[in-house]
Design a protein around this ligand. Structure first.
Ligand SMILES: Cc1cc2nc3c(=O)[nH]c(=O)nc-3n(C[C@H](O)[C@H](O)[C@H](O)COP(=O)(O)OP(=O)(O)OC[C@H]3O[C@@H](n4cnc5c(N)ncnc54)[C@H](O)[C@@H]3O)c2cc1C
Length: 327
């Protein structure tokens, strides 16, 4: 690890000031950041430790939203009674992520902004456009079993690895952020950036900007929601394919539906066309499969990851039929 400056401010205002220094980045639980620094993948000159800041560690209900402080620990959110009863997809996505030790340490803000697990990004002996812009992508043509099939580009095929963000993508979610330029709110769908021409830019936050809250608009879709995750082993593994499904049913007919996809795309993925095709339909394994096929219609596969398309379709079916039992 290279030497770096470290500052632990006592207030959000002080944190924002500290983050205005060139190259300064926030660290919260540190479970992604420290790993990547030890691997020489990230080498920030200055860490601003926001982990102990007051006022950002609560989950609160307002009239129209559930508001998560950015420093809420994954474990605390996973077992929050409101999430378990009214938004099970949000709770399950956290339970199925990482390990108990990591969930006790990691924060929701850091979770949402975790970096790809692409082995070519995490190993500096390979070419990676995300790590070194313009250097090339050794994953294309390499061992790409874990990589994305949706939202990739000629420059990068890394998948977004997190679980919670996939569940958030299925709801109407916003992120509050603050920097020296002031406060602003970003639609969750605009937070993560697809690789396109600039794979090194993974999120829409500006330098020195920090997430303070994640807000999920209250919705009847929450109750009949689920997060279904398929991975190489049943615990402590990232998703090969995952689906957050949320439903409002009118008898056997789908009145409203949301589908978030994980493990298969460059960003937390909302399958809007698949949702539109399901609305007004009876929900059966056959209509659920058609929705899955629609969700993966534009998939682009590489040498080793074509299996993610049929796996993803089946995962959509499982998640929808499981959400239906809760409707
Ligand atoms: C072995 C292992 C297995 C894992 N398995 C899973 C899994 O199955 N599913 C899953 O979802 N995750 C998994 N993870 C990832 C883990 O959930 C993340 O490392 C964790 O959530 C990151 O949170 P943190 O608070 O530790 O973030 P940090 O490491 O502190 O920060 C992560 C990034 O977010 C930025 N950041 C942090 N907080 C803020 C903020 N408030 N505003 C702006 N930027 C911020 C940091 O600058 C950094 O770039 C795993 C991690 C490990 C090490």
């Amino acid at each position: 690890m290279l030497p770096f400056a470290y500052e632990k401010p006592k207030s959000l205002d002080d944190a924002v000031k500290a983050l205005a220094d060139e190259g300064a980045v926030p660290i919260a639980g540190g479970t992604t950041m420290i790993d990547l620094m030890k691997l020489y993948v990230l080498q920030p000159p200055k860490l601003v430790d926001i982990g102990g800041l007051p006022g950002l560690g609560e989950i609160e209900e307002t009239d129209d939203a559930v508001v998560f402080g950015a420093l809420v620990r994954m474990a605390d959110a996973a077992e929050h009674p409101l999430l378990k009863s009214d938004y099970p997809a949000l709770s399950e996505a956290l339970w199925l992520a990482a390990s108990p030790q990591i969930r006790n340490m990691a924060t929701l803000g850091g979770n949402v902004l975790q970096r790809t697990r692409c082995p070519y990004f995490r190993d500096t002996s390979y070419r990676c456009n995300r790590r070194v812009p313009g250097s090339g992508c050794d994953a294309i043509g390499g061992i790409n079993r874990l990589h994305a099939v949706l939202g990739t580009s000629e420059t990068c095929i890394a998948s977004y690895p997190g679980d919670w963000a996939v569940a958030l993508a299925a709801f109407d979610t916003e992120v509050d952020a603050v920097s020296r330029a002031g406060k602003r709110t970003i639609a969750f769908a605009d937070l993560h950036l697809r690789p396109d021409d600039h794979p090194e830019r993974v999120h829409a936050l500006k330098e020195g900007e920090v997430i303070t809250h994640v807000r999920v608009k209250k919705t009847p879709l929450g109750k009949a929601s689920t997060y279904y995750k398929v991975r190489d082993r049943e615990s402590y593994a990232f998703a090969l394919a995952s689906v957050a499904a949320a439903l409002v049913m009118d008898g056997e007919t789908v009145k409203d539906v949301r589908l978030g996809l994980g493990g298969v795309a460059s960003v937390p993925w909302r399958a809007r066309e698949a949702e539109d095709g399901l609305k007004g339909q009876e929900l059966t394994p056959e209509t659920a499969r058609r929705a899955g096929e629609t969700a993966f219609r534009d998939a682009r596969t590489y040498d080793h990851n074509a299996f993610k398309v049929p796996l993803g379709v089946e995962t959509v079916v499982e998640a929808l039929m499981s959400a239906k039992t809760r409707a």
